[in-house]
Design a protein around this ligand. Structure first.
Ligand SMILES: C[S@@+](CC[C@H](N)C(=O)[O-])C[C@H]1O[C@@H](n2cnc3c(N)ncnc32)[C@H](O)[C@@H]1O
Length: 356
């Protein structure tokens, strides 16, 4: 199967598993991917370079490379960029001996780090937390080109065992309580870490990007100096109608700690789930979002700007279009009814605005 066939399969095949444990595109958004790609492609020529500025799970980067574009991916989360690197030609599978050493090290009775004391009783039973902690120590010491796929398998394993596949609540008791559950999968939660890890590791190489090299940037896209982008694609955190933003550090910050233990300094110990303190982001309020969008449009003056958002969010669609019209000659609007996986009602539209 040619790599470019992936999208024609409605993002099935490798995507089914790849997307399993990542929130933003789960359900509704995944189904709008062909629509999103079509909208973006209306404004690009084959082979042009796109900045996927808020890359998240890497799904859009994956889809763009499958359509033959060159991509630069950026995000504030290390785990997002590690995921993109895991899919790129810069990453390799573990040798069989590396895998057996990894599994032996993680399961051995040995020292754990501060991570295992700080997060005791919050997300995982203690023996699982220590396994995660030790596996992360082992992967940090692997050769650089062996790390991304191993980390990706570790992230997927950890997310698989979390209620809602997130780290936003201290809710280990949901796993341990003997109550009937209307969601979640007890069998997946109970499956031992080594089994999850080996399965995801075997799967990692099936998600290869259709591009030998994808540039990655960790941090705020406003700090990107390169200017060779035909389009800057933005899928920023959604701010809902009540003005609340989506807290990505609460959701996935724990995974970044598995990559870089020095981030322990940034933990907020006041909150029950002990999230990483968010960095200055620009998408925490509707006003900040507008300011950030304007700065991004000025930062990349010759690039087309593609913005994914929702019609029921703040800032409003009209406000976003107004700002974009001020900074570019033309704005094209694409809309698609949004239906959530567990809901039958259509209560909002997914929007794509392209300014050029
Ligand atoms: C809606 S998600 C992106 C979803 C993505 N398109 C996908 O395919 O999964 C928003 C992303 O923006 C990132 N983010 C939020 N604020 C940021 C900032 N100021 N700088 C860099 N990344 C940021 C979050 O970490 C999150 O991964």
């Amino acid at each position: 199967m040619a790599k470019t066939d992936y999208l024609q399969m409605d993002l099935g095949g490798p995507f089914k598993e790849f997307r399993l444990y990542s929130s933003r595109f789960q359900g509704s958004k995944r189904r709008v991917m062909p629509w999103l790609m079509e909208g973006i492609q209306n404004h690009l020529q084959p082979g042009q370079r796109v900045l996927d500025a808020y890359t998240g799970s890497g799904l859009v980067t994956y889809a763009l490379t499958s359509k033959g574009y060159e991509v630069t991916s950026s995000d504030q989360l290390l785990s997002s960029l590690m995921t993109v690197q895991a899919m790129s030609g810069e990453s390799r599978d573990l040798e069989p001996s590396e895998l057996s050493d990894a599994l032996a090290f993680a399961s051995a009775n040995g020292s754990a780090t501060k991570l295992s004391s700080i997060y005791a009783g919050i997300f995982f039973p203690q023996e699982e937390l220590i396994w995660l902690d030790r596996m992360s120590q082992f992967i940090q010491n692997l050769p650089k080109d062996a790390q991304p796929r191993a980390f990706w398998a570790l992230f997927q394993s950890a997310l698989a065992k979390r209620p809602y596949n997130l780290f936003h609540r201290s809710n280990l008791d949901m796993r341990t309580r003997e109550v009937s559950r209307s969601f979640g999968n007890k069998a997946t939660w109970e499956k031992p870490f080594p089994d999850h890890f080996a399965k995801f590791l075997a799967e990692a190489s099936t998600h290869a990007l259709n591009s030998s090299r994808v540039e990655t940037f960790h941090g705020d896209p406003l700090n990107i100096k390169a200017s060779n982008f035909e389009m800057v694609y933005l899928d920023p955190p959604y701010i809902n109608g009540r003005g609340q933003t989506t807290p990505y550090f609460d959701y996935y910050g724990f995974l970044d700690l598995l990559i870089n233990p020095s981030l322990i300094e940034r933990i907020n110990h006041e909150k029950a789930n002990k999230p990483l303190e968010p960095v200055e982001g620009g998408w925490h309020t509707p006003d900040a979002a507008l300011e950030t969008l304007e700065k991004l449009m000025l930062n990349f003056p010759s690039a087309k700007i593609g913005l994914s958002y929702r019609s029921d969010g703040q800032p409003s669609m009209d406000t976003l279009i107004g700002l974009m019209q001020n900074k570019r000659e033309k704005v094209t609007t694409y809309m698609k009814p949004l239906k959530y996986a567990l809901s039958t009602k259509v209560d909002a539209e997914e929007i794509l605005l392209v300014a050029e």
